[in-house]
Structures are given as structure tokens and as C-alpha cells.
Design a protein around this ligand. Sequence first.
Ligand SMILES: [Zn+2]
Ligand SMILES: [Zn+2]
Length: 160
Amino acid sequence: MHQQIDLPMYMALQILTALGTFLLMEAWAWFMHKYLLHGPLWFLHKTHHRPQKTWWEWNDLVSLLYGVAAALCIMHGIENQAYTLGIGAGIALYGVVYFIFHDIIIHRRIKIRYRFESSYINRLIRAHKMHHKHLGQNPSEAYGFLYATSKYDVKRTGNS
Ligand SMILES: [Zn+2]
Ligand SMILES: [Zn+2]
């Protein structure tokens, strides 16, 4: 027998799961970055801290793995009407936002000339630039991607 599902409720819970996963992903990414990428996985991550001759960095392999994990979760979730769908969607959403912020807005891997007025975006850019000031494995700072403390606020000088 197939159980009848309450569709609006099901959708709402899936969306909540995706949003929760998105938030947890920032915490997870911070943890990964600090303890694994700047730890045992430094051999991959150092390709991101040092200039490379190619557009591809071995560090990108990490993002690729998240993509595979998201796809597997989504497929499993659809097939089984399970919350792995929301989890996979959350991971995928984080990946897209991460790519836009980290790879385009901060590192300009796709050339854009836009200067951002948002103080929050400028804070994130400054925090990540501080992270990249350190060329070695340790120490570094500001391991987050979509959240940085007000310590990294860009102080406006002159007018305004
Ligand atoms: Zn790093
Ligand atoms: Zn970076």
C-alpha cells in the first residue's frame, strides 16, 4: 500500500530541511577548511593558496565531491520521498552561493568589474583576503566563506 502524503506539508518540510542544511553547510565548510584543508588535505588546498598556471586547481576537486554528494542525496530523496532531497538541495544551493561569492565575487575567476557597495560583501571579501595573506598551511585566519565577524568590516575613510 502506498501512503498518501500531504503535499504542501511535505514541500514545506523539504524546503525547511534545505534551508537548515544550507546554514549547517557554512559551519561545516568552516570546520573542513580549518581542520582538514589546512590539515591533512593541505596538499589539495595549497593549489588554491598559491598561483596556478591553469584555471583548474586541485582544490576544486573538493567542490566537485560536494556536487556528487548533492546529486546522490537528491536522487535518493526523490526515489524514496525522503528528506535526503532537502539535504541534497541545501548542499547544492550552498555550492552555488559559495561559487558566486568565493570564486566570482572574491577571486574573480570569471571576470567581472563590479565593485560592491554592500558592507557585508566587502566584509566577506576583506576577511577572505586576510585568509589568503598567509601562504603556508598554518597559521591563517577567517576560515568561513559566507560569514565573517565584524572584525573584518571595511572602515570607510573620508566622506560618508
Ligand atoms: Zn585556505
Ligand atoms: Zn579563496
